[in-house]
Design a protein around this ligand. Structure first.
Ligand code: SAM
Length: 292
């Protein structure tokens, strides 16, 4: 255990940009079999997990990302039963997905067992209800191998990955998206963590271009996560059902009531619908993503 220390996010060093946290206490710092991990306590954000110099989750603002990565695809789909999460070792998204009574089975494929073990110890608000839920299946393995070999078919696939570096790089490839499509049910939807457009625009354009080669509708929706610096975070959206992004607020509200009006801190039917309205600079970027 070490004392107060400034810990920098190095993800945007190439841009000459660093955000630093003054850690009151470093709880764990190590190299796992896959990545560098540091977990520390921050006076404002609470526990913060960083992998390979990139913020993954903080106790203070995790709800924005976890709710928008789970409730948007599930309420847009409306009848999602079989769900797959790739990555997601902190189990924050799994916890949100399992709030939907309509979900029959949720499988999570995480490559790094150290993240699950750490989350059971330090993010038990997520892991306890998730691992107690009979609908949940935890698989330790590489997400791209899993989708390639899986005989199962999914209504919603959520890729809660690290950035396109290290083990996470392959999760932004066309072969991975194609393998995801091959194990999706008709009308299914794929959503991905796709970076902050103002700093990671190439990442967004290349993903959307690849979505559009494989699916009828490829694009993104947005949310603002305070510790994912850069303003908007883009969440990739890929489906053959063009209607899913246009589900009305009235229908979303009805589906939310049917799902039991469980508590949310960010997602609402109105925020859901608005998330697909892209500011011009992002809309123009996405429009450029033409499948050649
Ligand atoms: N919300 C975070 C973000 O946006 O940066 C991501 C959180 S989650 C902790 C990311 C997880 O993806 C990590 O636990 C990492 O081990 C996992 N991961 C990275 N590459 C993977 C792969 N190829 N297959 C499965 N999981 C992978």
């Amino acid at each position: 255990m070490s004392e107060k220390r400034w810990i920098a996010e190095t993800l945007f060093d190439v841009l000459g940009l660093r955000m630093s946290y003054r850690a009151d206490k470093v709880i764990r710092e190590t190299r796992t079999g896959h990545q560098h991990l540091v977990l520390f306590k921050h006076p404002f954000f609470g526990k913060v997990l960083m992998l390979d110099g990139a913020t993954q989750i903080t106790e203070r603002d995790e709800f924005v990302y976890q709710e928008m990565m789970s409730h948007v695809p599930l309420f847009a789909h409306g009848r999602a039963r079989e769900i797959l999460i790739i990555g997601g070792g902190d189990c924050g998204i799994a916890e949100e997905v399992l709030k939907h009574k309509t979900v029959k089975r949720l499988t999570q494929v995480e490559i790094d067992p150290a993240i699950i073990a750490l989350s059971k110890e330090h993010f038990s608000a997520f892991t306890r209800p998730v691992f107690a839920d009979k609908r949940f299946e935890s698989v330790i393995g590489d997400g791209v191998k899993y989708v390639r070999q899986s005989e199962r078919r999914f209504d919603v696939i959520i890729v809660d990955s690290t950035d396109p570096q290290g083990a996470g790089k392959v999760l932004f490839s066309e072969k991975f998206y194609a393998a995801c499509k091959a194990c999706m049910n008709k009308g299914g939807v794929l959503v991905t963590q796709n970076g902050v457009p103002i700093f990671q625009l190439r990442e967004l354009i290349s993903s959307v271009t690849r979505f559009r080669r494989l699916f009828t509708d490829g694009g993104c929706y947005l949310a603002a996560i305070p510790t994912y610096i850069g303003g908007h975070l883009a969440m990739g959206w890929a489906t053959d059902n063009r209607a899913l992004r246009h589900v009305s607020i009235k229908t979303l509200a009805a589906r939310y009531r049917k799902a039991g009006n469980f508590s949310t801190k960010y997602w609402t039917p109105e925020v859901h619908a608005a998330a697909f309205a892209l500011p011009r600079f992002i809309g123009e970027l996405v429009a450029k993503a033409k499948p050649r």
